[in-house]
Design a protein around this ligand. Structure first.
Ligand code: GCU
Length: 848
């Protein structure tokens, strides 16, 4: 047990139990119960004082500003004020104020640390004649609020406040989230339900969740929120919509979160009635100026514009032979008098590349287009650069553009929503990934600085594409660690801010301080990115998914043979993109010489990026002595075991976390473990067939205990070819879809006679859970249900409307007794568009 604040040892009678409440709400939402969406569902719990701790309950502000008022309210909520804990004056007081206010109230007080970076804060404990006092001082009002949240964090984590003296300031001025919400309430790449901001073309009436979101954002230091999709931005500049956006700004303002909008550069023509949107046309410039004036009349602290132009079908300055700098500067000039900024995205590339051209390379695009414009951007333009040169893949090298714009302000864009990383159905903690990315960025920027000592390589901002929705924010409780980690890294991207530390902070605030819970949750979080990488895209292959469709399940060839340029160029001999200067696309040469030299040679390229930079024979040996092909096999098998291990680890927490949450996360991890096997089999089979090289360990192409649906005695079921072939075992499955068309209620069945050893086994059923219907499945042995949970409804909302790796799902039935001659039957009952398609049944290892 720890001592209370400033050494006062007292006990608060009851510790406040918040974990259950928060997640009960998440689950409630999932099951259709109408409950408010609150910050408590995430890490920000009211009454967050661990048992035995005492914190001052009296909180007062020295100034009268809005954010100081919020700071006071948040501290009161955090330390129990709203949970009925009676203030105990002897526990001391918390005083909040700006540095100026603190210094005039306490002239003798010395705040340690001289830094006056805006938005920074000091936390300092004092003993006074009237008891202990904690001072929360901010460089400005936002700093006061961030200091208050820092104090909440420390207390929730059970950190001692004794001798407290802390100073912290953000590394970047711009710490924004981007939401890709559409006016109709849908969200591009959102996996947490519908928009908290919009519905039916308008801003929603009830903005309570927006306020709660602002609380979450401010608690980790995020100070800006761009609320709308970069791909359908024009309607947002309509006057009525702007009035609605002003309400959003009002809702977020008390937490210091400024609102920004994505804009379509063709707006002057699309909604302004002009015949052009040429950024150098004076009428266009005047239009933007008038629009900015109108926005600031409604939202005086409007943060600025985000722009996607000349990219993936979005209009842009190229239509008029103008550059991104021309477009950015026109917008910047309109915002400048009001203090707004333009975040101009460097995600500009040609998606009609020539696949047959060995020199064509999408990875080159951002640097090729933006580097020549260095120094040409207005002072209030920030070029927003995706972390990697392609598109949020599971691993990419850091974009060379960070080292190629020494005279331009730059922000790094990362993705919190897990578009290519399992769409929140898979657990992937991104703190680890971003820390790796930031470390690479640091190395590269240092090398660029050495090559060009005049330039400034420092980032100005970090932007996280969040896409939160109404269903528990990100749709999955553990995915919230990513929103948290983003904020913490945007505040402090230095190596001292370890992903491990951030995970621990998040876990403690979210689940409490039980050491077993903290250890297990953190172990799973910290392993998860590497595991996901191993089964979806090891060695720098990027995510081997359907890049032109769902971006979710396995589809190795989907990246090839098209203009999108996410190629890995696999053939019978080898795999990987040759991006060297000597023989490839030259992309490696965009890095500063010191780094470029490393990437030029496979021997000096880190294994995680090997095939990103080099096309290598399958027989090429890595430093660990393994061939490329054997590494691909081994990593997939290892990853599937690791994913299964997450389930086992989580099971140790039964009874230690809220029961509803336990069950929810267990279901998700079980699904992930099954889908990791789907991924493993697809990628291993694909490269095994293509390379013709055997797996040294004999696993590829060999599935002991697997009973294929197409080999079964079928009744009603029909055999189909699954596309892509690697998404089903031996490329085939069976579907009951046709049978459904004939009769309103109809079931199909597949039957096998078991001929293995007698025993008790885990039996996995691999089926396809299609949208548009809730098919039912039942497994029997000799006509009796195989287990008590051997009948289920396949009602998950997975991508794709035909059976493939997006919706292939494994369900494991435990402890099924089998003897030779037993008849195993799967009965599938289709529903709507879901044909109860089945791939195989697999009798696993068992007890004899
Ligand atoms: C990805 C994503 C798109 C998005 C784009 C962007 O390509 O799939 O939905 O619009 O990134 O960042 O603009």
């Amino acid at each position: 047990m720890r001592s209370g604040v400033l050494g006062t040892v007292k006990k608060i009678a009851s510790s406040v139990c918040f974990v259950g409440l928060g997640f009960g709400l998440v689950l409630g939402l999932g099951s259709g119960v109408l409950l408010a969406q609150t910050a408590e569902q995430a890490w920000l719990k009211d009454g967050q004082v661990p048992a035995g701790e005492v914190v001052p309950q009296t909180v007062r502000a020295l100034g009268g500003g809005r954010l100081e008022k919020t700071a006071v309210e948040e501290l009161r909520r955090g330390f129990g004020g709203t949970r009925g804990v009676k203030p105990d004056p002897s526990a001391g007081e918390i005083v909040v104020g700006t540095v100026g206010e603190v210094q005039s109230a306490y002239p003798a007080l010395r705040l340690r640390g001289k830094d006056s970076t805006p938005e920074g804060y000091w936390l300092q404990g004092e003993k006074t004649d009237n008891g202990p006092r904690v001072i929360v001082a901010g460089a400005d009002e936002r700093g006061v609020l961030y200091g208050a949240f820092a104090l909440r964090r420390m207390v929730a984590e059970g950190q001692p406040l004794e001798g407290l003296t802390q100073h912290s300031a953000p590394a970047f001025a711009v710490r924004w989230v981007n939401e890709w919400d559409n006016a109709d309430g849908s969200i591009e790449r959102g996996y947490g339900g519908r928009s908290i901001f919009f519905e039916g073309g308008k801003v929603r009436q009830d903005l309570t969740p927006v306020r709660e979101y602002a609380r979450l954002l401010a608690s980790v230091g995020i100070n800006g929120c761009n609320v709308n999709n970069v791909n359908s931005a024009a309607p947002f500049l309509d006057p009525e919509m702007l009035r609605g956006v002003a309400r959003i700004a009002d809702a977020m303002r008390p937490w210091g979160v400024r609102v920004a909008l994505s804009v379509d550069v063709a707006s002057p023509e699309k909604i302004g009635g002009l015949k052009t949107y040429d950024p150098l046309d004076p009428a266009v410039q005047a239009w933007w100026k008038a629009k900015a004036d109108a926005i600031y009349a409604l939202i005086p602290d409007f943060a600025g514009f985000t722009v996607k132009a000349d990219s993936e079908g979005q209009p842009g300055p190229a239509s008029y032979g103008r550059t991104p700098a021309d477009a950015a500067n026109t917008l910047a000039a309109a915002l400048e008098p009001h203090g707004g900024v333009v975040l101009y995205r460097a995600f500009v590339y040609n998606h009609h590349l020539d696949w047959n051209d060995p020199k064509a390379d999408r990875a080159r695009a951002a640097y090729d287009i933006f580097h020549p414009l260095d120094g040409k951007f207005a002072a209030n333009v920030i070029v927003q650069i995706k972390e990697g040169p392609i598109d949020f893949q599971v691993r990419e090298p850091v974009s060379p553009l960070f080292g190629g714009l020494p005279r331009t302000q730059k922000a790094m864009e990362v993705q919190i929503t897990q578009e290519y990383l399992g769409q929140q159905r898979h657990l992937v903690y991104l703190g680890t990934k971003w820390q790796w990315v930031l470390f690479q960025e640091n190395l590269m920027s240092a090398a660029a600085k050495e090559a060009n000592p005049e330039g400034s390589e420092r980032l100005t901002g970090m932007v996280g594409v969040a896409c939160v929705g109404r269903d528990g924010w990100l749709g999955s409780p553990l995915a919230m660690a990513n929103l948290y980690a983003f904020g913490r890294l945007a505040w402090n991207p230095s190596i001292q801010m370890r992903a491990t530390k951030i995970a621990e902070e998040w876990t403690r605030q979210t689940f409490g301080n039980d050491p077993d819970v903290v250890r297990v949750v953190d172990d799973i979080l910290l392993q998860s990115w590497r595991t996901y990488e191993r089964y979806t895209g090891p060695l720098g292959l990027q995510t081997l998914t359907d890049v032109t469709g769902s971006h979710y399940g396995p589809n190795v060839e989907a990246s090839e043979n098209n203009g999108w340029g996410q190629w890995h160029r696999a053939d019978h001999e080898g795999v990987g993109m040759d991006r060297t200067v000597a023989t490839g696309t030259g992309f490696a040469g965009q890095y500063p010489p010191e780094i470029a030299r490393l990437y030029e040679n496979p021997d000096s390229t880190v294994s995680g990026l090997l095939l990103f930079f080099h096309h290598l024979p399958y027989t090429y040996r890595l430093h660990n002595g393994k061939t490329v092909i054997q590494s691909i096999y081994d990593m997939h098998y290892l990853a599937a075991e690791e994913a299964a291990g997450f389930v086992k680890q989580w099971e140790t927490l039964e009874g230690k976390v809220d029961a509803g949450l336990y069950k929810d996360v267990l279901g998700r991890l079980e699904y992930q473990a099954g889908h990791a096997i789907v991924w493993r089999d697809a990628v291993v089979e694909y490269f095994w067939k293509l390379s013709g090289i055997a797996d040294e360990k004999g696993r590829a192409g060999n599935f002991p205990g697997r009973l294929e649906a197409e080999d079964a005695k079928l009744s009603g079921y029909q055999v189909i070819d699954v596309k892509p072939w690697e998404d089903a075992s031996r490329g085939k499955a069976v579907t009951c879809a046709a049978a459904k068309k004939k009769a309103a209620t109809h079931s199909c069945s597949a039957e096998w006679t078991y001929d293995g050893a007698p025993g008790v086994f885990d039996v996995a059923v691999d089926y396809f859970d299609l949208r548009g219907g809730a098919a039912r499945f039942a497994v029997s042995v000799n006509g009796k249900p195989a287990t008590s949970d051997a009948a289920w409804t396949a009602d998950a909302q997975l991508p794709s409307t035909r059976p493939d790796g997006d919706n292939a799902t494994r369900r494991v039935l435990h402890d099924v007794g089998l003897a030779p001659g037993d008849v195993i039957r799967v009965t599938g009952t289709p529903d709507g568009e879901d044909g109860a398609a089945l791939d195989y049944v697999e009798v696993g290892k068992g007890r004899e």
